[in-house]
Design a protein around this ligand. Sequence first.
Ligand SMILES: C[S@@+](CC[C@H](N)C(=O)[O-])C[C@H]1O[C@@H](n2cnc3c(N)ncnc32)[C@H](O)[C@@H]1O
Length: 224
Amino acid sequence: MHQREEVQNKNRVMPLRQPEAGEPVASGASLANKLAEKIDFLHGFLRHPDQVGSVIPSSVWLEQRLVNATRVAEARVVVELGPGTGGTTRALLAAMHPAARLLAIELEPAFQAHLIRSIRDARLTAHLGSAEQIIQTLTAYRLPAPDAIVSGIPFSTMPAAVAERSAAAIAAALAPGGRFVAYQVRDHVVRYATPHLGTPQQQWEWINIPPVRVFTWTKGALRL
Ligand SMILES: C[S@@+](CC[C@H](N)C(=O)[O-])C[C@H]1O[C@@H](n2cnc3c(N)ncnc32)[C@H](O)[C@@H]1O
C-alpha cells in the first residue's frame, strides 16, 4: 500500500490543536499506554507496511538522538513528518521551549487520531496530511518557516515522485540555518535531499529495531 491519494488531494486542514494555550502541558505516556501504542503501531504497519516502514515505534535511544540532532531546545517552530503513535513527538515536546510550536504531519488517519487522543499539549498541532504539503500546511496554521524538520517517513519505500516532491518541499520550507533530520533504515533520502540541501552528516543509532541511520542537513551550510 502506498501514499493514499485521497488524503493528499483533500489537503484537509483540521483545527486539531488541543487543549488551548495556557492549559497544562502533559506529554508523558504510562506503561499501559505505551503497550497499547505498540499494538496500534503494529496494526498500522500491517495495514500499510510500505508507508509505515517499521513494525514497532522508535526506541527511546533513537528519540534522544533525534532531539539532540534537531536541537529542538533552540527551535521556535518544529515540524515532525510521520509522528506515528507519538513516541518521537513526546520526546520532542519534552525538550522544546514552552512557547515553541510543533506541527506534526501524519498520513495515517488512525495515527493522527491517536495523537489527538493521547498527547495533551497546547504546543502541538496534529495534522492529517502528507509531507509533500508541508508549505501549504504551515501557511494554513499561520506558522513561520521551521527551525527544524524531523522525519521518519520512509523515503525508500514511498513512490519516487512523492519522495522527490517531499524533499523539495522540506528544503524550501526550512528557515535559513534550519536543520532537517531524517532517520532511515536505508539511505534513499540522501539521493532526494542532497540536491537541495547538500551533503548530510550521518550517525547510526544501533539501539533500535532495526538500527537506523540519522542524517542531518543544515540549510545553507557549506556543501562539501
Ligand atoms: C517509521 S514510522 C515513524 C513513526 C514514529 N515517528 C516513530 O519513530 O516511532 C513512519 C511514519 O510516517 C508516516 N508517513 C509515511 N509517509 C508519510 C507522508 N508522506 N507524510 C506524512 N506521514 C507519512 C507513516 O504513516 C508512519 O506513521
